[in-house]
Ligand binder design. Structure first.
Ligand SMILES: Cc1ncc(C[n+]2csc(CCOP(=O)(O)OP(=O)(O)O)c2C)c(N)n1
Ligand SMILES: [Mg+2]
Length: 739
């Protein structure tokens, strides 16, 4: 598709002096409204700059120079109908969508009543659920993949309208999601020229093109990313040229300081998206007259000549000239409009300066869902009775962890049509005709955990994603924001890092930063761990403490089949994002097999299991160290008569402090054992708490057994030396018991 280029001289001079009724479809009234919004946007910036200089607000980011493109998008798209992932320069867009200047000032002062975040985020970090403006963050570009997921979510709901219905007795996250969709909605996402260098931008374009998704990407190109000019940022200096090879797109390149041309570009892009042809790309050339932010002085890297050249294209003064020239407003009309805006802003500023700040004791609100408590007894259900003996008088074989995770996913997908599963290789076969013709059996994951699910539920519920981990988590986050329940897979823990920005800066914090305005309870299943004899550095690592360190993210790590089934069901039904860690070595281990506990079996988060009771020594552990500790403890009891109380934490955030405390109070000795590297590992937190809160109960120092502080090596002799072995656990327990 060729790029539609609008002549920069075109629209504002289009009618050559003749009075037109419409300008690219905009009426004269709409143009006056556009100017009012643009002028308001600029003056809100000016007011904020003043307030910052008076130290009445704490940060300022201007939308100056980007007003025309923002207003044009706002006029071409539908507030509360379409979805919006703006970035910090989109003040004019937000005003056009219906955000009041007062609310912007509330964000500046960090007021309790700031509807975007209640004082948690900087100004210009927009979030207005009723207008479908989705909470944004500060990392440049992390909104783009979510916008793709949002569009996918909308399309999924349109194709599965029954998924919106919630049974009255559901007792899960669905009861608290206000799910709506339109058949022809579009999702808008914007970014700066510099941000187009981020990898996530390209992952998003690829996913949108692959899915022919109704997303409008708007690059607001002001020629600079702070002090870095576009020719240093973008190969060849033109992002339009670089993206032009993506299939299924409609492309526009426009003078973004011209509201009429910009409106026309958005109107064409939106039409293309609404008709289902695919995504649109609007490359808008704008200016940045106020430096990057109030902390930046652009005179340090831009000479006056360049800045003056930009000023010739100032969208506010250009539009004013246009209204005068076209006889849409005269001098008096302009003065009157501007006076009205000034008066309105004065009232808004005065009111905002009187607004109350948030209460300090509210800081912990909305880290997790206030509606669904995944630690509560509602998630404590009984396993179904063991299956009866077969005709041959034998009990059915106990199932592996892999079997029960697969069975749990299957039953949950039957129960809840909002569940979608995607990731690398998770589908049975992307080329469905091979399955239909029974030419192949299907793969269903490199560990086969999702085997058969695509065949049973179809390829819009279970599908392969491109090899792009940030895209997996980012898209899932966008879908979950729309009320879906993505259960995605990261193939190996060792490859989770491209998704780290999405996990730490987005997924886990969306509820908190939007003051409960938005939520995204995604489940991320991750194959983790070593003891593989040959896994080496990039298929064997742990590293769970990096994730338990993130507020807002639940982290669970089952050691056996039954716990995996119960915890996975809780993860799916709860209302928080969950990192579900599945130890590869335990997938098909003979330790810990069970019968399937039925379609309603759940285990609450934060509840440990006492694997074996004891009186002499407590071991706190989880994951693949559980069977190794059990083996060592049994030997210790046989040889020395020491009775070890073995606690399997099962869930790491939250964790079951009460069970640990009660056990240590009884045994007075504690060892914390984990597979990850020793220093700064998960056990450090447990050990510190025991030392802090149970000091007077201890008869011996708190000990840890863990991996050496090095990566896992390939040669099994080295792997054995690196990871904690039963004998290491035996010796540490013996020493502690004898202390
Ligand atoms: C991932 C990330 N890296 C760096 C920054 C710091 N930073 C904030 S804005 C910015 C420049 C963005 O430039 P551009 O995308 O062109 O947008 P503009 O501000 O020019 O509108 C940078 C480097 C950030 N917020 N996030
Ligand atoms: Mg820029």
């Amino acid at each position: 598709m060729a790029t539609t280029k609008t002549d920069p001289k075109l629209a504002l001079a289009a009618n050559g002096g003749k009075k037109a009724k419409f300008y690219e479809g905009l009426s004269r009234e709409q143009l006056i409204q556009a100017y009012r919004l643009m002028y308001t946007s600029r003056r809100v910036d000016d007011r904020e700059i003043l307030l910052k200089r008076q130290q009445k607000i704490f940060f300022q980011m201007s939308g100056a120079g980007h007003e025309a493109i923002g207003v044009a998008a706002g006029l071409a798209l539908k507030s509360g109908y379409d979805w919006f992932y703006p970035y910090y320069r989109d003040r004019a867009l937000c005003l056009a969508l219906g955000v009041e200047p007062y609310n912007m000032f509330l964000q500046g002062v960090g007021a309790a009543d700031d509807p975007s975040s209640g004082g948690r985020q900087m100004p210009s970090h927009w979030s207005y659920p009723a207008l479908h403006i989705v909470t944004q963050s500060s990392p440049t570009g992390s909104q783009i993949l979510q916008a793709v997921g949002c569009a996918e979510g909308g399309r999924y709901l349109a194709r599965h309208p029954k998924a919106v219905e919630v049974p009255s007795n559901a007792g899960d996250y669905r009861q608290f999601k206000n799910v709506s969709f339109q058949g022809d909605e579009v999702t808008y996402v914007s970014l700066g020229d510099g941000t187009s260098s981020e990898g996530e931008f390209w992952e998003a374009l690829n996913a949108a093109a692959l899915g022919k998704l109704p997303v409008i990407f708007c690059v607001e190109d002001n020629g600079y990313a702070i002090s870095v000019p576009v020719e240093v940022q973008t190969a060849g200096g033109s992002i339009s040229r670089l993206v032009s090879g993506f299939p299924n797109f409609h492309f526009e390149e426009v003078d973004g300081t011209d509201p009429v041309a910009s409106y026309a570009a958005f109107a064409r892009g939106a039409k293309y998206c609404r008709e289902g042809h695919g995504p649109a790309f609007v490359h808008a050339h704008v200016i940045r007259p106020y430096s990057h932010s109030l902390s930046d002085d652009e005179r340090l890297y831009r000479p006056d000549t360049e800045r003056e050249r930009d000023a010739q294209r100032d969208p506010v003064s250009r539009t004013q000239m246009f209204l005068l020239r076209e006889g849409i407003l005269d001098d008096k009309g302009i003065t009157q409009l501007e006076k009205e805006v000034e008066a309105e802003l004065q009232i808004a500023v005065d009111r905002a300066l009187e607004a109350l700040p948030p209460a300090p004791e509210s800081v912990m609100n909305f880290i997790y869902s206030p509606d669904v408590d995944a630690t509560s007894s509602a998630f404590d259900t009984q396993a179904a009775a063991e299956p009866p003996e077969g005709k041959d008088g034998k009990k059915p074989a106990a199932k592996t962890m892999a079997d029960l995770i697969n069975a749990t996913l299957r039953d949950e997908m039957k129960r809840d049509e909002r569940i979608v599963i995607f990731g690398e290789d998770v589908a049975d076969c992307s080329r469905e005709e091979y399955l239909r013709q029974k030419l192949v059996k299907g793969k269903g994951g490199v560990f086969k955990l999702t085997f058969g699910l695509q065949c049973e539920f179809g390829n819009d519920r279970v599908f392969n994603s491109p090899l792009a981990e940030a895209a997996i988590v980012g898209r899932a986050t966008g879908m979950a924001t729309r009320g879906l329940k993505p259960v995605v897979e990261i193939q190996f823990f060792d490859y989770i890092w491209p998704a780290m920005m999405q996990i730490r800066d987005e997924l886990s914090v969306i509820r908190w930063r939007s003051n409960n305005g938005f939520s995204c309870p995604v489940v991320i299943r991750v194959a983790i761990g070593g003891y593989l004899t040959g896994g080496a550095i990039y298929h064997s690592q742990c590293g769970e403490s990096i994730f338990t360190h993130i507020p807002g993210l639940r982290v669970v790590f089952p050691s056996n089949s039954l716990d995996a089934a119960g915890l996975l069901r809780t993860a799916i039904r709860c209302d928080d994002p969950v990192l579900f860690l599945e130890h590869k070595r335990l997938y098909r281990e003979s330790y810990g097999r069970s019968a399937y506990p039925g379609p309603d079996y759940m285990i609450p988060f934060g509840k440990a299991k006492i694997v074996q009771p004891g009186t002499d020594l407590t071991v706190v552990t989880y994951g693949a160290v559980v069977p190794r500790t059990l083996q060592a403890a049994q030997k210790l009891e046989r040889e020395q008569g020491v009775k070890v109380e073995l606690i399997d934490l099962r869930s790491l955030n939250p964790f079951d402090w009460d069970t640990i405390a009660a056990s240590v109070a009884k045994t007075n000795r504690v060892l914390v054992a984990y597979e990850d590297t020793l220093s700064w590992g998960y056990g450090a937190e447990i050990a510190a708490r025991v030392a802090d809160q149970l000091f007077d109960k201890l008869d011996a120092p708190v000990r840890r057994v863990a991996a050496k502080d090095v990566f896992v090596a390939y040669q099994p002799i080295l792997e054995d030396a690196i990871l904690p072995q039963p004998n290491d656990l035996f010796l540490a327990m013996k020493e502690l018991a004898e202390y």
